[in-house]
Write a protein that binds this ligand. Structure first.
Ligand code: BJW
Ligand code: ZN
Length: 240
């Protein structure tokens, strides 16, 4: 099946769900997590992206997030993000589940989005739990809550933390109800998102993977296309 057949299948679908990962933002110049140029190359995840790390050294963790906020503040959505906005407009039933915390899907104009790993432009109070938007670059270290003076942390799901029940419910609903699941630019190594392809398949979805490389999902999906997201995703839109 080639990309033209996939386009036709999407045009005829009743309901399409997308699962995106760092690869879709790689084409905007945002580093991925794993691989040769990945964010983890120079850091151990458990040293920075875990509740223990934050408890041990909140300043170090915030410095890492400030570095990433600064980098992200210069990045814009690319043609792949834009094409998903168009798909949402064209299709009656469209849902986007993203693992990305960069906010680029919403910046592009997507509305039907669940950001399952949170958002780097939001902060959460470790004392009262209130979540607020914060676009400061850099953020003042250490930041404190305006309501209760508690320590603020990034509103991001770290290793060992659970996704919110609301986000899990929205994701499972979209996976159970779709007849096509489109997986774009994720290594498929982090749970629970890594289980989304098998879940959608069990519920009868046709599963398509778009990725620069092979992934652990490549053998499980119905069709796997290799290439850059910014080149492939726009080809899924109806021909002009
Ligand atoms: C391109 C491209 C281009 C490049 N075009 N493509 C069950 C089994 C085993 C382990 C676990 C399990 N359940 C839970 C765990 C533990 C853990 C986990 O999964 N560990 C694995 C690593 C084994 N999971 C969790 O802890 C999760 N919590 C949870 O399950 O709670 C319940 C629970 C609690 C306690 C114990 C047990 C259960 C939470 C996971 C949260 C992950 N958060 C992170 C870090 C956020 C930090 C931050 O950003 O500030 O989110 S991890 C990191 O990986 C980030 C990403 O969203 C996530 C996924 O990465 P992604 O998007 O796939 O990126 P890459 O870099 O891996 O891949 C990029 C891909 O793009 C590649 O394939 C490239 O080829 C491709 N690509 N350029 C197209 N141009
Ligand atoms: Zn507070």
């Amino acid at each position: 099946m080639n990309i033209i057949d996939i386009r036709e299948k999407i045009a005829n679908a009743h309901s399409v769900t997308v699962l995106s990962g760092a690869g879709i933002s790689a084409d905007s110049g945002v580093p991925t997590f794993r691989g040769a140029e990945g964010l983890w190359k120079n850091f151990r995840p458990e040293e920075l992206a875990s509740p223990d790390a934050f408890e041990r050294d909140p300043k170090l963790v915030w410095e890492w997030y400030n570095w990433r906020r600064e980098l992200l503040s210069t990045k814009k959505p690319n043609a792949a993000h834009g094409a998903l906005v168009e798909l949402e407009k064209i299709l009656n039933n469209f849902w986007l589940i993203t693992q990305n915390v960069d906010g680029l899907h919403r910046a592009a104009g997507s509305n039907n989005v669940t950001e399952i790993h949170g958002n780097i432009w939001k902060v959460r109070c470790t004392t009262c739990g209130s979540v607020t938007s914060n676009h400061d670059v850099p953020i003042e270290i250490l930041p404190s809550c305006q309501r209760c003076q508690g320590l603020l942390r990034p509103h991001i799901v770290w290793f060992g933390e659970s996704l919110t029940q609301e986000d899990l419910d929205a994701s499972f609903r979209a996976l159970r109800n779709c007849d096509i699941l489109l997986i774009i630019g994720t290594s498929g190594m982090v749970y629970p998102a890594a289980s989304f392809a098998p879940i959608a398949k069990e519920h009868g979805a046709f599963v398509i993977e778009l990725n620069l490389d092979q992934t652990p999902n490549s053998d499980l999906v119905d069709v796997s296309v290799q290439g850059r997201a910014k080149d492939l995703v726009p080809l899924l839109l109806p021909a002009q």
